[in-house]
Ligand binder design. Structure first.
Ligand SMILES: Nc1ncnc2c1ncn2[C@@H]1O[C@H](COP(=O)(O)OP(=O)(O)OP(=O)(O)O)[C@@H](O)[C@H]1O
Ligand SMILES: [Mg+2]
Length: 363
């Protein structure tokens, strides 16, 4: 491995001392590209202007100290390795420097320690950066989860409102009408007119139809009645017709007995992905396939539409602007599966949801 030269800012008023430090690094196998600053103005200007892998600072200079330089650096950069290189540094000052955020300190007559100290500092820096990246990723996923919960509650509320409205306006009205018709029938005794009975039957039929539609929206009954493959096929056909698309459906080696949770997740994800194709893709073809085998079930929904910028859509979703992509990801993850989206502007979109069939999870 031949790493690039370390961009190194050296604060030192004695040119020979700076050269000795650079030579000590080279001897220890570390190539560096030094920029020398001999006082405050030069040091602060150079640090503000450039990005450095390493700062070496003498402890005392005329009108400026290594600690001043350290405070300046740490105001904007908590991570860059900062090593004090000093002729003599008492224990107290050394402790003070470490507390203030110095990475290490080296005595000028012990420069052999410099290269190992820099190596350790660079390793620690990489470690801290990895750690920061992990916590940032964790924070982002928590933020997404919060956005999703917020949206889910909103969606749940909206569904309840619409269900309440349908129950009240439609079924409530029908049952009230039925009650009045039946009361009137009761008053007219046994000789009820056939027309009145027919009206009762029609009102009942209307109410039945509404109840069927409502429950269909709440849970896809086709899943229980027909199984996943037939339910998907009929959904794909119906939606493609609605959106003027050519449907392509393909199922292969899908086990008869699937866990109901996997079945629901697969169907709901297909529903959302197909709705997205209809709403956003401007596509001509809609291809859906579901494949079993090797302990997994793979759902694929593909369109040849305009495609989109995945990262931008994810950012919008994380800020709460939409819920579809997130809920598809969450549903797959809940079943131990993995969701993959491939899309780029003008290149269509492919969604692949892979579920494990024998418990466990997809890496
Ligand atoms: N098949 C697709 N083709 C083109 N763009 C898509 C497709 N699927 C998703 N998108 C883009 O990704 C965005 C996010 O999708 P998502 O399903 O999260 O939100 P939405 O459909 O806008 O709203 P909802 O929360 O109601 O689902 C969409 O607004 C759209 O811009
Ligand atoms: Mg959507």
């Amino acid at each position: 491995m031949n790493p690039e030269a370390l961009r190194t800012l050296v604060l030192e008023d004695q040119a020979t001392d700076a050269e000795l430090a650079v030579a000590a690094l080279a001897e220890g196998g570390l190539r560096c590209a030094p920029i020398l600053a001999t006082g405050r103005a030069a040091f602060e200007a150079a640090f503000a202007a450039g990005r450095f892998d390493l700062v070496l600072a003498d402890y005392s200079l005329p009108g400026y100290t290594g600690l001043d330089a350290l405070a300046f650096v740490r105001r904007t950069d908590p991570l860059v390795p900062f090593i004090l290189v000093s002729g003599a540094l008492g224990e107290e000052r050394a402790v003070e420097a470490l507390r203030a955020g110095a990475t290490d300190y080296i005595l000028k007559h012990g420069l052999a320690r410099l290269a190992p100290a820099v190596r350790r500092a660079l390793g620690e820096r990489r470690e801290r950066e990895r750690h920061l990246a992990t916590s940032r990723a964790l924070e982002q996923s928590q933020e997404r989860l919060r956005a999703l919960s917020r949206r889910l509650l909103e969606v749940q509320e909206a569904e309840r409102r619409s269900l309440a409205r349908d129950l009240h306006d439609d079924i409530g009205q029908a049952l009230t009408a039925l009650k009045i018709q039946l009361e009137s029938l009761g008053r007219s005794g046994a000789a009820a007119a056939p027309a009145q009975v027919q009206a009762c039957i029609e009102t009942t039929q209307h109410a039945l139809e509404r109840v069927r539609q409502l429950s269909l929206n709440l849970r896809p009954l086709q899943l229980d009645d027909l199984g996943l493959v037939a339910a998907l096929r009929s959904h794909v056909d119906a939606q493609a017709k609605l959106g003027g698309l050519t449907p392509h459906f393909d199922a292969d080696a899908v086990p008869e007995e699937l866990a109901p949770e996997v079945e629901s997740a697969c169907f709901r994800i297909a529903q959302e992905a197909i709705t997205n194709v209809l709403r956003h893709a401007g596509a001509r073809n809609l291809s859906v396939s579901v494949q079993g085998g090797a302990g997994t079930l793979v759902l694929s929904v593909r369109d040849d539409g305009r495609g989109f910028d995945l990262d931008a859509a994810r950012r919008r979703a994380a800020s709460g602007a939409s819920v579809g992509l997130l809920s598809m990801e969450e549903r797959t993850a809940l079943e131990g599966g993995k969701l993959e989206l491939r899309s780029a502007p003008r290149e269509g979109t492919t969604l692949l949801a892979t579920f494990p069939l024998e418990g466990g999870s997809i890496p």
